[in-house]
Design a protein around this ligand. Structure first.
Ligand SMILES: [Zn+2]
Length: 300
C-alpha cells in the first residue's frame, strides 16, 4: 500500500461527488509533469490525502488501479488518467501550517508536497512517505475522533453518533497499521541484509548486542525508492547511541569513511557521546553515493 497527497482546488467537490481523481498527462508544452505522471502509479487500496487550500480535508481509498480515461467531470474530451476512490471526509480538516513544525522534518528533499514555509507546492499528486502518513493519521484521529469524543462526554451527549466519524475510524486504524507493518517488515529485512557487511557489530564502537544494534539508513526512508530502502549499501550497522547521532545528522562519513562531527556537539563533549575526530568506518565504493547524500542533506 502506498500513500499520496493530492492537491485539489476548485475541482475537489466535483471529484468527491464523482468518487475519483483525474489528471491530464500532457501540459501545453507537450510534457508530463512528475505530479501528473504519478497518477499512473496509483494501485487499488492505496491511500490518498486530499489537500484543499492548505488543509487536508479527506482521506480516500483507491477502489481500483489507475486507468486511462477522459475526464468524466470535465468539459473537454481530453485523455488522461483516472483513479476511482472512496472518499472519507474529515469533520475537522487538518490545517498544514498549524502543524508544520511537526510535519517539516518528515518531508522529503525531492517531490515534497509542501514548501519550507508550509505552502502547498504547485502540482497535482505527490508521494507521501509512511512516516508522514502516520503523522497525518495521528493528528486526524486526535482532532476528529478523540477530541470530539471528549467534548461529547463533557456535554453528556454520548448517544450522538456521527456516521462520518464512524466510517473514518476503521480507515485510519487500517491505514496506520498497514503503514507501520510495511516499515517494520522492510526495516527488519534491511537489518538482516546490512548486519553481515559490518560483522554484526556497531561500525563505530564495536558493540555486538543485537538488541542494541540498528541498521541505519544513510539516505533516509522518506527519500528512498523501494529498492534503495533495501539496498544494504544504503547504510551501516550502528548501536543505538551512534544510530541516533547519525539519524539526526550529528555525525556523517566522508568518501574515505572518516567521521564528520557537527558543530552542534562541542568537542569537549565528544567522549560523552563516544565519538572522536579520527573515527572511521570501513565503507565500500557502493556506500559512497549514499554517504554523500547523507552528508549533504542530513548532516547539520
Ligand atoms: Zn556504537
Amino acid at each position: 500500500m502506498n500513500h499520496y497527497i493530492v492537491m485539489q482546488g476548485l475541482t475537489y467537490e466535483e471529484d468527491k461527488e464523482a468518487g475519483l481523481i483525474w489528471s491530464s498527462q500532457q501540459d501545453k508544452g507537450g510534457k508530463t509533469p512528475h505530479s501528473w505522471a504519478r497518477v499512473k502509479e496509483v494501485k487499488q487500496d492505496d491511500r490518498i490525502f486530499h489537500c484543499v487550500k492548505g488543509k487536508i480535508v479527506a482521506i480516500s481509498v483507491a477502489t481500483s488501479d489507475s486507468e486511462k480515461a477522459v475526464n468524466p467531470v470535465g468539459t473537454t474530451e481530453e485523455q488522461g488518467v483516472l483513479v476511482k476512490l472512496q472518499y472519507f471526509e474529515l469533520e475537522r480538516p487538518l490545517t498544514i501550517k498549524k502543524y508544520f513544525n511537526e510535519l517539516r522534518t518528515l518531508l522529503p528533499v525531492k517531490y515534497a508536497a509542501f514548501k519550507q514555509n508550509g505552502d502547498g507546492n504547485q502540482g497535482y499528486l505527490y508521494p507521501c512517505n509512511e512516516e508522514l502518513a502516520i503523522k497525518f493519521l495521528h493528528i486526524i484521529s486526535d482532532t476528529n475522533i478523540y477530541q470530539v469524543e471528549e467534548e461529547q462526554l463533557e456535554l453528556a451527549i454520548g448517544t450522538v453518533v456521527h456516521t462520518e466519524r464512524n466510517s473514518l475510524i476503521p480507515v485510519i486504524t487500517e491505514t496506520e497499521a498497514a503503514a507501520r507493518r510495511k516499515m517494520r517488515v522492510a526495516n527488519e529485512k534491511f537489518k538482516a541484509l546490512v548486519a553481515p557487511y559490518w560483522n554484526h557489530k556497531c561500525a563505530l564502537c564495536g558493540i555486538e548486542l543485537p538488541e542494541l544494534l540498528r541498521a541505519s539508513h544513510a539516505k533516509p526512508w522518506r527519500e528512498c525508492t523501494s529498492k534503495e530502502r533495501l539496498d544494504p549499501y544504503n547504510g551501516l550497522l550502528l548501536c543505538r547511541n551512534h544510530d541516533a547521532l547519525y539519524k539526526q545528522g550529528y555525525i556523517a562519513f566522508d568518501g574515505t569513511g572518516l567521521i564528520h562531527i557537527s558543530d552542534r556537539i562541542p568537542s569537549m563533549n565528544y567522549a560523552m557521546y563516544d565519538i572522536h575526530a579520527k573515527m572511521r568506518v570501513l565503507r565500500t565504493e557502493n556506500n559512497k553515493p549514499y554517504f554523500r547524500w547523507h552528508r549533504k542533506y542530513v548532516f547539520q
